[in-house]
Design a protein around this ligand. Structure first.
Ligand code: CS2
Length: 493
């Protein structure tokens, strides 16, 4: 029988494996994190682990899942401990992280999460809940018609959404005279803090119980988070277990690169993050634009093109010359949209990205990135395209990503496995595909359903360029569409 990673087995780990040397019994929770997925455990929890190791004992993390019990089920028997495997080429460095001091599952016990959020010792609430959990409508506003929002508005004591939890906790803290926490959004949304604030205020306005006044006093610094975190496989589990000498039900895989840029607006204190490599700034937006448009934009491109060309991982897709060349063209269109006066270095950034994508140790599946395209493409692709369309600049690479997304969605059930990836728009997308419309009609209907470029005068230009790519992909395949684009680029008319 193999023992499980836990407080009791920590001392038996091989000396080559870094483990918390601090006294975990003395750690006091200071952060509640919503969305206890692998990304949080590879990123924020790793930074906090360093703070704790340096003696800042007041920043333990209470990790809460808003949906499934999986992570709690894996971590609770391990006293919150898990392994972070940092992989590059042949190298794998293991580190056991100790910053998560307790785990909660909101749907099982909403009251326990509300208690944690109302605890006056909690000074920061961080979030990685993914784009779709913000429940925005096609115009980007709070989707008041969503059943979970409707539930939260009429059942404030038993929330389901992040808004319901934050709202109730803020009311409780105010009633108890506890200071308000700072809300630190760590999702890949543009102006993520400001966006979350706007949505929470829309929720508050609907509730009408004094929450609006309270929520408007909360600090919502925006932040840019970056680390590639492929989903853990059974093979990873077996390999890590072998190295640890004990079982870890859910080790997390990642790369050496890690970046966090945060706006320095915390009303109730914060860890001394600068000491551990976090960049504190006044305005995060240039960093965020660069990351969303260059990294995440090319990631989505690699995912959809890769799937259509039969590549299972990013490294495999990026080794395909046609895709690599396309990504370079995509960067060529996105880079001029970035702010010029912010001291960004896009050339160094894309060079580094090239190394990161070439990391074959990561096994980052294209299907993982393909999830939720309708929620991701607006900030990754459409935003750059709108900006360029306003300047009459070429948008052909940008719009090919959108066409490849539509084509990959359509290919599920035939060329691709039906359940390979999902999207919140799967219902409407299937209804559109069932009518077998022309490429132009498909694009118009998909843009309407997803709210792409909604209300924008240049929407037609984007739609037209997308439709012409979609027609080429449908008629002659994606390899042909890429070749045509490359030829056009070589001989601009
Ligand atoms: C990826 C991101 O799955 C995706 O959509 O583009 O998760 C990406 O790996 C991270 O943002 C990197 O920081």
């Amino acid at each position: 029988m193999t023992w499980r990673l836990s407080k009791a087995t920590l001392e038996s780990l091989p000396a080559s494996i870094a483990a918390p040397l601090y006294d975990r019994a003395k750690i006091v929770p200071g952060i509640v994190h919503l969305g206890l997925g692998a990304f949080h455990r590879a990123h924020q929890a790793a930074y906090v682990d360093e703070c704790l190791a340096a003696g800042e004992a007041g920043w333990g993390i209470v990790g809460a899942s808003l949906r499934s019990a999986d992570t709690r089920d894996a971590l609770a028997p391990q006293d919150g401990l898990y392994t972070l495997a940092v992989r590059h080429g042949q190298r794998e460095d293991l580190r056991v992280i100790g910053s998560i001091v307790s785990t909660l599952v909101a749907p099982e016990n909403p009251e326990a999460l509300l208690d944690a959020l109302a605890d006056p010792g909690i000074r920061i609430v961080t979030l990685t809940v993914t784009e779709k959990a913000y429940l925005r409508d096609a115009a980007g506003d709070l989707d008041i018609a969503h059943p979970d929002i409707a539930w939260d508005l009429s059942n404030p004591g038993k929330p389901k959404t992040l808004y319901g939890f934050l709202a109730k906790a803020l009311l409780r803290r105010t009633a108890a005279g506890a200071p308000l926490f700072t809300v630190l959004c760590c999702d890949n949304l543009p102006a993520n803090g400001a966006t979350l604030r706007r949505l929470l205020l829309q929720f508050a306005a609907k509730r009408g119980d004094g929450l609006e006044g309270i929520a408007s006093q909360v600090a919502f610094p925006s932040s840019m988070v970056d680390r590639i975190v492929p989903a853990t496989t059974d093979e990873d589990r077996a390999r890590i277990c072998e190295q640890l000498g004990v079982d870890d039900a859910w080790p997390v895989m990642t790369e050496p690169f890690c970046q966090w840029v945060i706006e320095d607006r915390f009303t109730a204190g914060r860890p001394d993050w600068e000491r551990f490599g976090v960049t504190m700034v006044e305005d995060v937006s240039p960093f965020e634009d660069m990351k969303l448009r260059l990294l995440n934009g090319s990631h989505s491109a690699i995912a959809y093109l890769g799937l259509l060309l039969g590549h299972a991982t990013v490294a495999e897709a990026f080794a395909d010359k046609a895709i690599r060349r396309f990504v370079e063209g995509l960067w060529g269109e996105a880079i001029p949209t970035l702010p010029k006066d912010a001291e960004l270095d896009p050339a160094a950034y894309t060079k580094k990205l090239t190394d990161r994508y070439d990391n074959t140790a990561l096994q980052h599946r294209t299907a993982q990135i393909a999830i939720d395209g309708s929620q991701k493409l607006p900030q990754r692709i459409i935003a750059s395209a709108l900006q360029r369309a306003g300047e009459n600049a070429d948008i052909s690479h940008l719009m090919l990503v959108v066409a490849a997304w539509i084509a990959a969605c359509e290919a599920r059930g035939t060329q691709l496995d039906a359940g390979l990836f999902t999207d919140p728009l799967d219902g409407p997308l299937a209804a559109i595909a069932a009518d077998k419309p022309s490429a132009a009609d498909t694009v118009t209907r998909v843009f309407d359903a997803a709210g792409f470029a909604k209300g924008h005068t240049r929407r037609d230009r984007l739609a037209k360029a997308t439709a012409s790519h979609l027609q080429a992909i449908r008629g002659k395949g994606v390899a042909f569409a890429l070749l045509e684009l490359a030829k056009k680029k070589d001989s601009p008319s």
